[in-house]
Design a protein around this ligand. Structure first.
Ligand code: PLP
Length: 413
């Protein structure tokens, strides 16, 4: 690798070249049976992915967004309900809530893990909601809407603190649907059950995305719902296929949200490598942590609590003057991204919810300081060294310029 060779943010080519022959076999077998939607390959993948997650049921669907929407509807979320999530997530989380007919609302994140702060969920339910005597329903005081579900997101492949969230949710009779779209294979130590549990096996149901860039990615769009609830899994099966269990017997209005046979076959093949890929991601994360350890005062590395084993879908650092650091890396041919630059409560799409800047200060502050560095199983140590060298170069000039204002970061180039 030459010194200023480009380091991409994501490398999706290398793993597919390595698996090319295996993946072509899937395609060939699909051509020869012409089972393109549903079928045996879907059934087999569902069984293996359920086992991988440590649940009884997995239902393959068209995308992670479908998975979230179907899980919410099947779990009983009704039109007009409020469903709570976090402002620091991909918009698909809240789109799915709206598509289920509900209205998203937010609680703040924890500054260390960037995931839902269970104490903020508790505070929301205790101070902004009340129980309506006649119905026993939990209603939001301001909107009068029933609050019925919560969607914690395991963002960046880091687990949300599920024991605490489940506790609070149970006290207030909320359904918990995990957004595990970035967390295939992540684990959480449940103190209550005294054992490690997989992402997607903890709430009432969970949604996974197999968008190509996810830790387990299809060669196109795909997703899945996981659950231990047989009725919920049956409902998702109907919802993904026009509300039918038997052909042309439509019990409800459903959707076209099925999983392709070819994608299922590809996912099943790749699933065999996922443990190894996740191990490599964890190794890269450790490398970054060690290489950045001299800069802990100025560069915040990801926090992995003792109760979590993250799978580093993204490796996210936090720095002052993030935009300048990103530009500095770009000059050195190093790609980086921001997940996510604008918290959802400040997105134009959600002006209707009536939030303003200052409503979620932790989400807003972190959004201006986070930067995702390149992270993928084929990332090499010398690439990581070069990336960190550039980060250190930037922060050292930054701290020098605090004493010598004339020495601006631009002088680095
Ligand atoms: C990718 C993603 C989704 C949506 O998945 P799609 O397959 O793109 O529909 C939902 N939530 C989060 C956190 C995601 O990262």
């Amino acid at each position: 690798m030459s010194d200023n060779g480009k380091i991409p943010f994501l490398d999706l080519v290398t793993p597919h070249l390595a698996l090319e022959e295996e993946l072509l076999l899937i395609f060939r077998s699909a051509l020869r049976t012409a089972v393109f939607v549903g079928g045996e390959m879907v059934d087999e993948f569902e069984q293996e992915f359920a086992r991988f997650c440590g649940v009884q049921y997995c239902v393959g669907v068209g995308s992670g967004t479908d998975a979230l929407r179907f899980a919410l509807i099947a779990a009983g979320v009704q039109p007009g309900n409020t469903v709570i999530t976090v402002p620091n997530t991909f918009i698909a989380t809240t789109e799915a809530i709206s598509q289920a007919g509900a209205v998203p609302d937010f609680v703040e994140i924890d500054e260390r893990t960037y995931n839902m702060d269970a104490s903020k969920l508790h505070e929301y339910l205790e101070t902004r909601c009340y129980i309506q005597e006649a119905t026993g329903k939990l209603l939001n005081r301001a909107t009068g809407r029933p609050v019925t579900a919560v969607v914690p997101v395991h963002l960046y492949g880091q687990m949300a603190n599920m024991d605490r969230i489940l506790d609070v949710a149970e006290q207030h009779k909320l359904v918990v649907i995990e957004d595990a779209c970035q967390a295939h294979g992540a684990e959480y130590f449940s103190g209550q059950q005294n054992r490690w549990k997989g992402a997607g096996s903890i709430g009432r149901a969970a949604a996974f995305s197999f968008y190509p860039g996810k830790n387990l990615g299809a060669c196109g769009e795909a997703g899945a719902v996981t659950t231990n609830d047989p009725l919920l899994s049956e409902k998702v099966r109907m919802l993904r296929d026009h509300g039918q269990r038997q052909k042309y017997q439509h019990e409800v209005e459903g959707y076209n949200g099925r999983l392709d046979g070819i994608q299922a076959g590809i996912l099943r093949t790749k699933l065999h490598y996922l443990v190894d890929w996740n191990r490599k991601r964890r190794e890269k994360a450790r490398n970054y942590n060690e290489l950045l350890s001299s800069e802990v005062d100025v560069v915040t590395v990801p926090c992995e609590p003792s109760w979590a084993r993250a799978v580093y879908h993204l490796y996210v650092i936090r720095v002052q003057n993030r935009d300048q650091l990103q530009a500095h890396l770009a000059q050195a041919n190093i790609a980086s991204q921001i997940h996510y630059p604008t918290p959802l409560h400040l997105q134009k799409a959600y002006t209707g919810l009536g939030y303003k800047r200052g409503d979620f200060p932790v989400s807003e502050k972190t959004a201006s300081e986070i930067l995702s560095l390149p992270m993928y199983p084929s990332l090499e140590l010398d690439q990581q060294e070069r990336i960190v060298q550039k980060v250190c170069e930037f922060v050292s000039v930054q701290s020098a310029s605090r004493w010598h204002p004339s020495l601006q970061p631009a002088s680095l180039s």
